[in-house]
Design a protein around this ligand. Structure first.
Ligand SMILES: Cc1cc2nc3c(=O)[nH]c(=O)nc-3n(C[C@H](O)[C@H](O)[C@H](O)COP(=O)(O)OP(=O)(O)OC[C@H]3O[C@@H](n4cnc5c(N)ncnc54)[C@H](O)[C@@H]3O)c2cc1C
Length: 465
């Protein structure tokens, strides 16, 4: 007979849930994960991973189109969209199966079906794994889904969410992307690279609203150079649909309004937590603005019930979900020295061209917090490796507390910065000051040298500029 009683039962097998399950099992806790769709959640199946596979294709396509700049000849450069999508789906499937193997390896019970809390310590599942289950600790890791704005409700045909945008059956000639956060910008980058006329509409005065203003402005310049149209301080007021296209009425400040027609629209206006039908109200679990309220260890206001990942609030990132899962079960297991999540030290990455990556306070937020700051900047065009790569556009910006020298934040735009940012994350976790960063030797020639130079620049010591 299948097990029905566990130390830890996790609802949702996304990066938050499956990582929590593995760590719980490592700690000797009898663990189960209930998943109603695919192990790996949005991240592996419809988010981080398949988008990066798509973006890899668009990046290579761009490189092939520019082969001449590298002394190479590439004739008849083209693309087969069905194959691009097929590859992305295959990458997602491979990782989804990998999570299945990890569950088996760690002896985590996978319950297939939709789970709901029925009483303290009790969960009912419908679907293949139908039954009543008991657990001392229940972790909610149910993730999030696309937010819907009135007037631009996704219809799967003309107005897409990220689900449809990830599996297009043909390349639209034109596209409106509503929302300029990471998801919107990544899709804008992908579709533009393959030739679509792309217009991004952003409600706020600037794109990439969570990023440092200077970095976002530089990124905007690059996107516009690539031919992406960007309208800020603007909202889509209404959409008129035709058979195979639509026309959006876009309202900008000062009563100005314009019409933009396109074949498709992607609504990328954020996500909302999956808090419905979980039995939260009956048990009194606190929910605010569609998200479960939890502390730095994932504990909700109800003993024995925890929440991690997207459903527990921003930043809505897979690595945040994973880390929360680990912290949550380590606390449950009673480990000493478990650190609560420090949201300031969570890096954020956008994998468009050029890439954007950041961690810590933006310059504006640091100043608003009343801190005296020292700011360092180093441009890609002064870095040997960047020039050799043919990627000389970008900036590495660092922000230090002027009185203590502590690294407060780092913000970057340019090639491969998503791979660089981790250096600054480690530095911030070690509460590094400019002195340790200056003493560190960075390999030459690498893009990482710009991290060093940016630190030096904050103290008037940059060498190559
Ligand atoms: C297009 C796109 C690109 C993204 N790119 C990145 C990126 O590059 N980097 C990054 O860090 N983040 C990225 N994200 C965000 C990332 O996908 C999420 O932050 C991450 O998936 C959150 O993990 P989670 O475990 O909280 O939830 P999810 O991954 O959403 O998993 C939740 C799981 O719970 C299951 N579930 C829900 N309710 C129930 C129930 N009642 N019973 C059983 N199962 C249930 C769902 O089926 C799902 O599998 C992206 C998101 C999107 C949409």
């Amino acid at each position: 007979m299948a097990e029905t009683s566990f130390d830890v039962l996790i609802i949702g097998g996304g990066p938050g849930g499956y990582v929590a399950a593995i760590r719980a099992a490592q700690l000797g806790l009898k663990t189960a994960v209930a998943e109603k769709a695919d192990l790996g959640g949005i991240c592996l199946n419809w988010g981080c991973i398949p988008t990066k596979a798509l973006l890899r294709s668009s990046e290579l396509y761009h490189t092939m189109e520019n082969a001449g700049a590298y002394g190479l000849k590439a004739k008849d450069v083209g693309f087969d969209l069905a194959k691009v999508v097929e590859r992305s789906r295959a990458v997602a499937k491979r990782l989804n199966q990998g999570v299945g193997h990890l569950m088996k390896k760690n002896k985590v019970t996978v319950i297939e079906g939709e789970a709901k809390l029925t009483a303290p310590g009790k969960v009912a599942v419908t679907g293949k794994g139908k039954g009543e289950y008991a657990a001392k600790h229940i972790i909610l890791a149910t993730g999030a889904r696309p937010r819907v704005l009135p007037g631009i409700e996704p219809d799967k045909k003309l107005i897409w969410t990220y689900f449809e945008a990830m599996v297009p059956d043909r390349m639209p000639k034109s596209l409106i992307v509503v929302g300029s956060g990471a998801i919107g910008i990544e899709f804008a980058s992908f579709y533009r690279a393959f030739g679509a006329e792309v217009t991004v509409v952003e409600m706020l005065p600037r794109i990439l609203p969570v990023e440092d203003e200077e970095i976002a402005a530089l990124a905007r310049k690059q996107f516009e150079k690539q031919g992406i149209g960007i309208v800020t301080s603007a909202t889509v007021k209404s959409v008129k649909k035709a058979k195979d296209s639509l026309t959006a009425t876009i309202e900008e400040g000062g009563g100005k309004s314009s019409e933009v027609s396109a074949e498709r629209m992607i609504s990328a206006v954020g996500v909302t937590g999956n808090v419905e039908n979980l039995g939260l109200e009956a048990l009194g679990v606190k929910v605010e603005k569609g998200l479960i309220v939890a502390d730095g260890f994932g504990r909700t206001n109800v003993a024995g019930i925890y929440a991690i990942g997207d459903v527990a609030g921003p930043p809505l990132l897979a690595h945040k979900a994973e880390h929360e899962g680990v912290v949550c079960v380590e606390k449950i297991a009673g480990l000493a020295d478990v650190h609560p999540i420090d949201k300031l030290k969570i890096p954020g990455c956008t994998y468009c061209r050029p890439q954007i990556a950041s961690v810590g306070l933006t310059e504006k937020r640091a100043r608003e917090a009343g801190l005296q700051v020292k700011v360092g900047r180093f441009p890609f065009l002064a870095n040997g490796k960047a020039i050799a790569l043919g990627e000389d556009q970008g900036l590495v910006k660092t922000i230090f507390d002027a009185s203590t020298g502590q690294l407060l934040g780092a913000h970057m735009v340019g090639a491969e910065v998503t791979e660089l940012v981790q250096g600054f994350v480690v530095a911030m976790n070690l509460e590094t000051t400019e002195a340790e960063l200056m003493h560190s030797i960075f390999p030459h020639p690498t893009l990482s040298e710009m991290m060093h130079e940016s630190v030096l620049d904050a103290y008037g010591r940059a060498i190559h500029i």
